[in-house]
Each structure stands twice: as C-alpha cells, then as structure tokens.
Write a protein that binds this ligand. Structure first.
Ligand SMILES: C[S@@+](CC[C@H](N)C(=O)[O-])C[C@H]1O[C@@H](n2cnc3c(N)ncnc32)[C@H](O)[C@@H]1O
Length: 224
C-alpha cells in the first residue's frame, strides 16, 4: 500500500513514521509513505496556502488551488482521497479493516486553520473521516491515527506479535482482561483458570469476561 500525506506540517508525522510498527511495515515493504506540501504548488513569493473566509468571521481557510494541484500531482486510478475532518464519518475498526484490505493508494489530506474550501472537498475528496467528536488544530494527528490503525492490519505487518482477530471491536466486543508475570502483584493474583492449562475453559472464561466488560463499559456495542 502507498500512503501519501498532504500536509503543510510534514515534520509532525516524521518521527511517528520512523518508529516501531510503522518502521517495520516500511522495512517489510508492506507500505510506502510520501509527503506532499501544498506550499510547493503556490505561485506567490510568500507561498500562501490560506486566505480570509468569504462572508467574514475569524480565522483563515485553506485555498483550493494549491490543494488541488497537490492532489493531482500524486493521484492515479488506484487512489482514494480522504480528508481528515471533524465533520467526517467516525473512524472505526471496521473502517480500518476496509482500508487495510481494499486500498492501494490512500491520499490523506490534512486541513489546518478553519478547514479547507468546500469546493475542493466537492471536487477532489472521496470520503471525509473524523477520529472523534473534538476539534484538533490540524489534520496531521488525525492522519497518524488512521495510518496506525490501518497499517497494523495489513496482512503480515504484526507478524506473531498480535492476533488482531480477538481485539476490541473486531469481535464486536471489548477485549478480555490480560495478565502476565508476576503471579502476584501488590496483593492481586492472576485468576486460577488462566493457570489451569484447560484451553476450552480458558476460552469460555475470556469470552464471558469480554461480554461482561462490554455490557458494563460499552453497552452500545451490544445493540442489535
Ligand atoms: C481547527 S480544524 C477545523 C475545524 C472546522 N472549522 C470545524 O469546526 O469543523 C483544522 C483541521 O484539523 C483537522 N481536524 C480537526 N479535528 C479533527 C477530527 N476530529 N478528526 C479529523 N480531523 C480533524 C481537519 O483536517 C481540519 O481541517
């Protein structure tokens, strides 16, 4: 998969893409990242990417023309343009699964200021994604969330380190509680069942625990 990030702040993502799982995914050849800075597509001496909003009001709006040129510079028949926006569809695990399996080239457009000119969205954006009901300063952090949740689901990236099938949301439930050594920690012990060696009973216990905490913490997941 190729992921192009269109941002005026590439430095905000640089460290994230060079560490841990993202670095491993790049080293494996599972994913390739590149950046496009809309300032490269401006024509004035100040490399202006924003302007005042029509109709007045505070803040600035990202101009459509440099963004359009930035998108066009990398767009192919395999590209899907996603605008990170608080007004987009909420990002979910199933969305991450879909992006991980069905995408060849994602173009992630990061807004700034008051957002981007609506006509750019109308003309160039396939989909808007929100990472939650709050407003960030710009889309770079939101892009890291979408990238991380998606890239770790590309087959082979996690290797033996994680079985994603049993994770929270993938099964429709929250994950069961996890324990590791030591057997006793500050007076708290590991449940006996997990030391029993009976895999059938352990699986049943974990399922019950997952159901129980989903009921208590996220009953909305059980609706329907
Ligand atoms: C300050 S925000 C603009 C908010 C916009 N005026 C509004 O109220 O809907 C600037 C940029 O940050 C990004 N952003 C902010 N919150 C986000 C969220 N919850 N999910 C995804 N992107 C977000 C978007 O790219 C947005 O263009």
């Amino acid at each position: 998969m190729r992921i192009t990030i269109i941002t005026i702040f590439p430095g905000m993502l640089d460290g994230f893409l060079r560490e841990s799982m993202m670095k491993r995914a790049v080293d494996q050849g599972a994913v390739q990242f590149d950046f496009v800075d809309p300032r490269e597509f401006t024509t004035d001496v100040h490399r202006t990417v924003d302007d005042r909003p029509y109709g007045g009001g505070p803040g600035m709006v990202m101009k459509p023309d440099p963004l359009a040129a930035a998108i066009r510079s990398v767009h192919t028949a395999n590209s899907r343009v996603i605008y990170l926006s608080p007004q987009g569809c909420p990002f979910t695990q199933s969305k991450a699964e879909m992006l991980a399996t069905a995408s060849k080239h994602l173009i992630l457009l990061c807004g700034h200021y008051e957002g981007v000119d609506e006509r750019l969205i109308q003309r160039y954006v396939d989909e808007e994604i929100s990472i939650g009901d709050y407003v960030l300063t710009n889309g770079a952090l939101a892009a890291t969330v979408v990238i991380d949740a998606t890239v770790r689901l590309i087959p082979g990236v996690l290797g033996g380190e994680g079985a994603t099938e049993a994770e929270s949301f993938t099964t429709g439930l929250l994950d069961f509680p996890q324990y590791t050594r030591p057997e006793e920690f500050e007076g708290l012990t590991v449940p006996d069942i997990l030391k029993s060696g009976d895999h059938g009973k352990i699986a049943a216990w974990r399922h019950e625990q997952a159901l129980d905490r989903t009921r208590k913490r996220r009953p909305d997941l059980l609706d329907g």
